[in-house]
Design a protein around this ligand. Sequence first.
Ligand code: BES
Ligand code: MG
Ligand code: ZN
Length: 486
Amino acid sequence: MKPDVKIITQISPDQSVICILGNNTIPVNLSLSKSEMEYARKKLSEKEEYVFINSYFKCTYLVRIKDDLPEFRQKEELRKTAFSLRKLIKSNCHNELVITSHKAFKGAIESFTEGLILSFYSFEKYKTNEEKNDNKHYPEKLFLNGVINDADLKWLVETTDAVYLTRDMINDPPNHLNASALAKEITRMGKIAGFSVDVLNKGKIEALKMGGLLAVNRGSVDPPVFCIMEWNPANKANSKPIVLVGKGVIYDTGGLNIKTGDFMAYMKTDMAGAATVAGVIYSAAKTSVPLHIIGLVPVTDNRPGGNAYTQGDVLTMHNKTTVEVCNTDAEGRLILADAISYAGNYNPELIIDIATLTGSAAMTFGNKAIAIMGNAERKYFSLLEECGMDVFERVAELPFWDEYGELLKSDIADIKNVGGREAGAITAGKFLESFTEFPMIHLDIAGTGTLKKDDFYRSKEGPGSGLRLLATFLKKLSTQYQDKNR
Ligand code: BES
Ligand code: MG
Ligand code: ZN
């Protein structure tokens, strides 16, 4: 269960407290005894990450800020310390816990609390009774005290809510969350947050001639869906929308080019991009970000059954381009291409797609960076880079030279869906680029979007990679526009 978070202005002496300390100094108002203070000072001088004091009637956790690091790193260290503290916190069975700070930078309380909330997550939907109680000992209420205002709190609560919802969708296995169930969940999120959701069924997808999405779907029993989300507030600061596109492969078997060995493990997370787009728009709507934002998610599974599409097939895509299928496991780009082409209907300022697209991106950056590439103006890249550092979902850029696109030349069609083993993440991006005339940025989260084990507060399987990055990017972009329009 996600804790409730509120701001309080006064701490009473019997409340258990986490205090984040800047400059290695301990405030006097924590109601610690003289010997407890001495113990704490000693531990802090030994550069302990945190100090725990169990007084008779309450607990105190002192968390040290690593003052020698740049601020974005200090924030990340706080999120990670929160993760390290989660077990100790659980063992103390607090109903409520105060989080405060002393001589800390602005944002320290939020970063720590964000790390803590994200660390409390676990996917328990299918655990029966006793085991289901695994997390019941986490505090139900967190009280924040100090340099934080209502807007900061709202942002923290809504973005972490969005991450929880997104993780739940990614972690739900395909026998429970198929294409139509995912569309239903996105529709439900739209109702809660106040953005519109239009779900196109197979008939509409056929009428739109989305040849990529339909081809990938041919081997599966469940029909595809195409979800259109829209957040269009009256006070929007942009005249042309930002379109977000997310890969929604419910399960990627590879199709007839079936995945072997371990490669099929975790392929339920192949709709992480779609879930993230839904989460980003949810958070933007909940926090009233003044931007016109569209979300497009093509959804299907990729299976070898029935009339599955084959290597050698030539597809006619939504924009009439013909594609030679060289590998049915390069399915993500086929469904994304139709969505990116469809995005053109909105005359977008910018298209950003997010996808667990290539093993190549995962091999290049591991789980440490989201691969970013594209042809949009540099200002968007700079802002994404800045936001990536801030929320510690860092992006690392790959070159996007035309020569890479030439690797996709086909003998029998306009383009083929695989460019060969070399530069696989880049040729996948080039494939997508060829389906639009509008500025685009491609985010490949194959490395960061699927985790075999917890990476601190990034929970295993579907951590929700890219959500905080894009949510923060859109918020900052809207303030840039508002400043300009002023
Ligand atoms: N969904 C996979 C990419 C992936 C791999 C995501 C590992 C997360 C972890 C994608 O559909 C895929 O199969 N890509 C192939 C493309 C190849 C056939 C050109 C790949 O990267 O091997
Ligand atoms: Mg694949
Ligand atoms: Zn895939």
